[in-house]
Design a protein around this ligand. Sequence first.
Ligand SMILES: Cc1ncc(COP(=O)(O)O)c(C=O)c1O
Length: 400
Amino acid sequence: MSHGNSSWMERSNKVFISTYSRFPAVLVKGEGCVLEDADGRKYLDFLAGIAVCSLGHCHPEVTRAICAQAAKLVHVSNLFHTQPQTELAELLVSHSFADRVFFGNSGAEANEAAIKLARKYSGAGRFEIISLAGSFHGRTLATVAATGQPKFHQGFEPLPSGFLHAEFGDIAALEKLISPNTCAILCEPLQGESGVRPLEREYLAKIRQLCDDKGLLLIFDEVQTGIGRTGTLFAYEQLGVVPDILTSAKALANGLPIGAMLTSDTIGSYFTVGSHASTFGGNPVAAAAAVATVKIILAEGFLAEVCAKGEYLAGKLAGLAAKYPTLATGQRGLGLLQGLVLTEAGIEQGPAIVQKLFERGVLINFAGNAVLRFIPPLVVSRDEIDLLIKELDKVFAEFI
Ligand SMILES: Cc1ncc(COP(=O)(O)O)c(C=O)c1O
């Protein structure tokens, strides 16, 4: 019996509900920015498990932390205190605006917690949350409702009520949606899934002002932008706006499932015993992995390198756009969350470009039906960036 890609894919195709369109590869191991499939083929990874494995695959210090914790204590529930969870919460509050943390297991769960807390804090019938068109906040019913993309709503109605969506970038449209029922504005500082769309600093400042003027909470969904991805621990640090609640997940434990909601003492105090809970949230093994991950990301020089490599990648992508104007109009993004914006002709070829790169051993994806997205491990080297650009150049040459 064969143990290669095709036999495993045949088996999985028989047993899974078909919610995913997957690359035709069964990945079996990874190190740094390189993955290997069951046929022994190697891939240069510019996806990092969708902005998750920021320290690269199987980072030795994270692996050590996971193994040490797994040998000591795996799970006890939140009926008890555990050391890794407390250490992680301390790390997060000492490096952010927040005083308090709640742990879940994913980005959607962190956002659910934020939505519930915003409603609890606001009280008195103020339950509406305004998010932005194009946003992505998760796949649970409330976070689907908060997501500003109708394609994620279809077939799941009626969705939980109280979620409104404002046109992206239009502060007047946002203001118009505010009513006496509004409790919060929820946004990503840079929209990842809908095509690497940064929110202008001025626009974010106006959103903050609007929240202050109307007594609304500002929730930043930093599930994708957080934990060093944009060159600071959280993106808000470089955007001149501080949220009231922030959600984090994805890269927090470099691949183990964990989500976090961060907030102030005052707002956090509106959750009391029994208000919210999670059996696994902040599980000791995931928390130990997260402590190791965050410590490395905060170590001297790490984030400065992310900024420098982000600029390097952005420059190379801009160069490619200039070389292939019929396929790409330019680059956009922050840090190592970068997108190459495609022309209409380029968009038509987007999936085929991704497929061709895959065949050449490079992993990227097509986001928001608009851009090629590059979210490598933050430890990516300049040589690896050069290799990506060389391969993209060859593939683009085939498409013009
Ligand atoms: C901004 C944002 N929020 C929330 C989520 C949902 O996270 P999860 O898939 O961990 O539930 C994602 C996932 O892509 C995301 O990018």
